[in-house]
Write a protein that binds this ligand. Sequence first.
Ligand SMILES: [Zn+2]
Length: 329
Amino acid sequence: MDTPDCITVECNLCGSTHAEPIRVGRDLMLGHPGEWTLVQCRRCGFIYLNPRPRDMAPYYEGSYLPFEHRPKHTLIPRRPKSKIEEVSVGAAGGYYSLLQQVTKATSGQLLDVGCATGDFLVVAATAGWTVTGCDLSIFATEQAKQRMRPFPDARIFHGTLESLQLSSDSFDIVTLWHSIEHVENPKATLHEVYRLLKPNGRLILQTPAWLSLESQLFKHYWAGLDFPRHLSLFSHTTLKRLLQQIGFSSIRSLYQTSYYFSLTSIIFAAQQYLPATLLSKLYQLLSLGPMMLYSSPFFRVIDNCGLGSLLTFVASKPMPLKHHDDRFS
Ligand SMILES: [Zn+2]
C-alpha cells in the first residue's frame, strides 16, 4: 500500500476540532504501513483516530481477525484452524450468555451490527431468535449468508447500518460486539440503533475500555488500539454520555477481561524482543488451558475494580411519553 490518503475529522461527540495527540502506533495486527495518532478532544475527552484513512477497505481485506482466513504477513503467530474456530465459538457463546443475562426471552427480533461471519447470529438463531446482521465486509457477509441458510427468516446485509433503511421500532435487541469502535460516525450509528429498537427494546454494546489496566500497561502495544481500524476509543464516561445524549435510559455497564485480548497485547509487546520461533512457543505456552484457568481470579479482581479490558453497556429505548391532556384530568 502506498502512503495512505487521509482525512481529518472533528470530535464525533461534541464537534470540537481542538484535540491533542495522546498515543501513536502502527498496525500490529496485519502489518499495513503507516503511523497513526489517537487524539483526545480538549472539550469533552473523547478519543479518536485523527487523521484517518479516507478509505478503510484496504485495512480489512478478507483476513481481518473475525474472518476466517489470515494473511501471510500477519504478525500474530498462526494457529491451527480449529483453534481459531474455538475462539470464535467461545466468544459467540459468551456474547449469548450476556444476552441471556439481559433478557430472559429466547425469541424475538435481534439485529447484530458488525456481524462479521455470523458466529453470534448462528448461536442466537439456533436458540430461537429471528436474526438480522450487517457488516462492512463483503467477504464476511457472504460467509454469514452461507452459514444462515438453515434459518430462512435470517437476513444478512452488506453496508453501514445507516444505509440499510430498516423499519423503525422493529427490533427487541440490537447488539454491537466490538463494532462501535470501527464505525466512522458512532453517534449516527447509535441514533440509528435507537430508531430501530422497539420501545423497551435494548442495546447491548461491547468495546475495548480505554482506561483499562491493559491499556495503561501496554500503551501502544495494547490490542484494543488496533491501528488504524479502531477509529474511536471509549471510556465509561464518554460512552455513557453519548448514550444519554441520544436518549437511551436504564444505562448499565460491566467490565470483563478477555484472556485472548490480553494474550494478543502480550504478543504485540513481546515481538519487539523475541524472534519468531520463540514468539510462537510463547504463544503456545500462554494458550494452554491451565494458564487461562489460573489467571481467571486475577482478571475478576481487575474487572471488579473497573479496570477490565472490555466495557459492556446495556441500555433501553424508553417507552414514549403518553400525551397528557389537562382538559380530561
Ligand atoms: Zn469532543
